[in-house]
Design a protein around this ligand. Sequence first.
Ligand code: ADP
Length: 483
Amino acid sequence: MEIIHVSAECYPVAKAGGLGDVVGALPKYQNELGHIAKVVMPMYKTKFLMNNAWDVVHKGRTNIGDYWFDYTIIKEQTNKLGFDLYLVDINGLLDREKVYGYDDDTERFAAFQVSVVDWISVWAHKPDVIHVHDHHTGLIPFIIKHCYKYQHLHDIPTVLTIHNAQYQGAMGWDKSYLLPPWDSWKWGMLDWKGAINPLASGIKCAWKVTTVSKSYLEEMRQSSNGLEDLFEYERGKCSGILNGIDVDVWDPATDSYLEDHFSVETVAEGKSRSKKKLCDTFSLDIHKPLIVFIGRLVGEKGADILPAAISDSFYYIGRKMNFLILGSGFPEVEAQLSALQRLAQNDYNVYVGYNEALSHLMYAGADFLLMPSRVEPCGLNQMYSMRYGTVPMVRRTGGLRDTVVDYGEENGYGIVYNWAAIGDITQGIWRAVDLYSDEEKMAEIRGRMMQLDFSWQSSVQQYISLYQDLQYKEEPVAKSLPE
Ligand code: ADP
């Protein structure tokens, strides 16, 4: 089967979060099963772009409204990621350093989507599936179904995967000109609550919709930033498929970011060497448990309550643990976390920014990983941490609920609490300190976690079955009645 993934992110080309990790791994494992999975994404100005060789495979010209532009499709020459990687270059719009965060993101991703469809429309054949990811590519199912110019593509099955429904890309109806001329009777397929909503449109128009965990799908019927009724209405075509992790990249025995590798047999020594590096670099006390947080410093991740939870823990539990935070996001949260450094007694530090290498060292060297998320569609951090023998401390929500079992339960291995609330987090930290003092139990839990299987194997198979169910069967041609 030929599967075209269209995405704003793909690791290691450009990544802002879990979406990048998933799109960088899923196609590789689909190819390993004998399919032809390809990725198409915007050509940002990234290191990956500069450090690799590219072929130009197509040049086209199209428009969003009155704005006509040339686009170029380039392809990475060596297939080094395990799949064909195509980048869409649109001068001035996509060739920037960051993935998101520009005032004209709406126009950028509209132009990207139109270019992708325009390119596919000149292929001599049709792919078996177009698989789009999140709102940045959510208009594609509508474009191929209802834009006159691309009518010949309307029978290509489309799948939308929702990695995060908080962000929907909504725009006013005054931006409808960004789409190629479309059948205006179908305006309802773009609209949600009076605006053009690319994520809602994707949910309405894609043949199938998946979310990145089963629990997240259930939760979205209750709370999904305004889309609750739509998820309820479209429940028949929605399913939850848990993300896997790329076990080639995330393996403590071979991780290219680590100097001290370890396996389940050598975890104690391996982790303590990485912990020492962290403690030396960030002035932390190696004898105390090291609790880390890695992620976007936003409300979704519960980052806004981290400063209070950390100070409360020091106050109520005592200075019995270290904290190390890696992340960036809301400036006020960054400022509060940085301000806490003044109170540190070799037991707290923060690195504000994005640092892939440091994140790997933290998964390897930490004892516990804190995830007090309010919303967590799947969450990859907890799976990485378990593979590196680091106990996840998670709020019971979304994919965290589906992947972490509290160590108090039979065969459990994590610390799970119910609410993204300061009291719950502090209590979780108290349990972590307690658990850390029991070396035997810690070793047993580490061993158990590291042997869990979070690979892509079963999820990839579920995606393939989903695509196979969609394969277009040609409508029988009505035969004329015998005379
Ligand atoms: P989300 O996509 O919602 O941000 P996920 O748990 O799905 O969350 O994925 C987060 C990914 O981004 C993980 O690979 C994590 O290690 C990485 N990450 C997040 N913030 C940072 C950071 N500041 N530095 C390095 N890696 C980060």
